[in-house]
Design a protein around this ligand. Sequence first.
Ligand code: KG4
Ligand code: ZN
Length: 327
Amino acid sequence: DAPTFILGIDTSCDDTGLGVVALTAAGPQVRSNIVWSQTVHAEYGGVMPELASREHVERIDTLLPRALAEAGIALSDLDVVAATSGPGLMGALLVGLMYGKGLAQALKIPFYAAHHLEGHIYAAASEEGLQPPYLALVVSGGHTHLFDVTGGGEYRLVGATRDDAAGEAFDKVARLAGLGYPGGPAISAAAERGDPLAVPFKTPLQGQQGFEFSFSGLKTAALLAFQRGARPEDLAAGFQRAAVRSLVDTAVRAAEALGRETLVVSGGVAANRALRDAFGQTGLRVAFPAGGLNTDNGAMIALAGAAALRDGQPPSSLDGGAAAYLP
Ligand code: KG4
Ligand code: ZN
């Protein structure tokens, strides 16, 4: 049987992502994944929404031919288009959403609006062919959410952060310690050279009954220690250790409480080596996204589209809009 070719588009934040997935009876396979990461934001130390939108507009049309070529298909081979409709930066979301809808309309093929977090979840779940139920921990620059995935398209929020997202905390600690942006990879590299016990960091919300997260206390502890002269690499190592502990301990407790044996960990922070190692020692079956699918990308949205197709969900209306916030 000929595969169904699905184009996925994500422009929810500062990465322009287009990817192609081939769906066959054997399951979905990522054929291409082109990500243009915007660098204009570096001098501001954070994402400037209006600049992000403009960059998406400038780039998206040049990335489509590349995504198709790398997948080895022509535009006319596309069967389905999926694009992120939220959550994210409104102006940025609109670029990819309108582009995807226009493409679907011009090619007269179905269109699926995708939830950005579903993309993150399927980035890990699809590769391994996981079937619900499983727990999904999405840890990125904007999100720290723990979901119980009970069926196709069925998610129950089990816990979330009370304040900063995990990736946001990595970014903020890196910035205050002068380690650069984006902070995740910078902290991870610096931590290799640091002593995780040189600066005391308390694991957040230790002893809680629920499954919430909190990272602003770690950020404050890092700032105070930095002002007292702690070495940046020791701060990085200590902060990372506490952040990883909090994520792993909470997810493992939730898995035990809900009787889940499989865990999906995805989002930008899932690229973190220490986090992967710690989850590897939990005894749970833990699935991470393959390379290039951790941080924001289009292939994960194509995978979410493939899952919607396989679950028999009807295509989305071309009248639907973008949403900065979504349940
Ligand atoms: O999923 P993503 O690309 O964008 C959002 O949807 O937010 O995640 C980006 C976040 C950033 O905060 C970045 O610092 C973090 O993921 N990140 C990491 C690593 N690589 C990226 N955090 C920890 N360790 C890493 N190796
Ligand atoms: Zn994301």
